[in-house]
Design a protein around this ligand. Sequence first.
Ligand code: XMP
Length: 311
Amino acid sequence: PELAQAFIDEQIKELRSQIGDKKVLLALSGGVDSSVVAALLIKAIGKQLVCVHVNHGLLRKGEPEQVIEVFRNQMDANLIYVDAVDRFLDKLANVPEPEKKRKIIGKEFIDVFTEEAEKLDGIEFLAQGTIYPDILESDGVKAHHNVGGLPEDLQFELVEPVKLLFKDEVRVVGKALGLPDNMVFRQPFPGPGLGVRCLGAITRDRLEAVRESDAILREEFAKNGLEGKVWQYFTAIPDFKSVGVTEGKRTEGWPVILRAVNTKDAMTATVEDVPFKLLQHITERITNEVANVNRVLFDLTPKPCATIEWE
Ligand code: XMP
C-alpha cells in the first residue's frame, strides 16, 4: 500500500507536468485497467479528463450503471455515456461467425469512439490502460483483439500511466485510489463481452438470458466464497432450443451452459470442482428466474482441448 501511494504521488506529478492545462480523452470500459487510469487521471487533472463509456449492449448486468455511479456520481468525473446498444445489435444481427462478430464489435467500437472524439474540442491526449503484459504480448505472438484498441487516425499523444505495471500491481493501485473491490478484483471479461457468449447470431432474447444467468452465477459464486477463488466463470447460451416440460406441458426453451475455470495464463485451464449442491441450486434459480430457459449444463472440459470461451 505504501508503494502504491508512492506510485500514485509520482504519477500525479508526472501526469500534471506532461498534460499541463490540456484535455485528455479516455475510453472507459469499466474494466480494471481503464478504471485505474481514470481514477489516477481524475486525481491528477480532474475535469480535464473526458471519459467516454460506450455501452455496446454486451456488458454484464449492472456494469454501465456502476461506471456511471463510481465515476460520475462518486468521483465527479467528466463522463460521456454513449448508449450504442441498438447500433451494435443491428450490425450483429444475422452474423453467426465468431470472428466476424469480433471484427464487427471491434470496428463499431472504434467508430463510435471516434465519432465522440470528433465532437469534442481541444483534446490533445489519449489515455490508455496499457499494462506491461500488453507490451510484452504485442510482438505478434498473440493477436491482440481487445475492444478499445487505439483508433489509429486520431492524432493524439498517448498517456499510459500504468504501462509498466503487472495486473496485480494495477489492482493494488486501484484499491489505494478508492475504487470498489468488485471493480478492482474483477474476473477477466473479453472485450467482445457477452457477444461471444450468446453463441451464433445474437438475438436480444438470448442476450438477456445470458446476461441474467451470468448475474445469478456471479451472485451465487460470491455468496459461496468462490468469487476471487475461481479465475473465470460465466454462462453461455447456444442458438438452439431444447424440449422441456412446464406445468405438464411440453415447452421449448434455451439451454444455459455454466463454465468455471482456473488458469495462470489462459493458455491452458482446468475446470473448477464446483460443489454439486451449488450447481443444483444455480440450476434451479436460472430455470426459475430467467425467461425462456429450461435447461442448465455444466461444461467439464479443460483447455485444451476446449478453449475457455465457447467461440
Ligand atoms: P480462450 O477462449 O481463447 O480464452 O481460451 C482465453 C482468455 O481470453 C479471453 N478472450 C478474449 N478477450 N477479446 C478479449 O479481450 C476476445 O475476443 C477474447 N476471446 C477470448 C477469454 O475470456 C479468456 O479469459
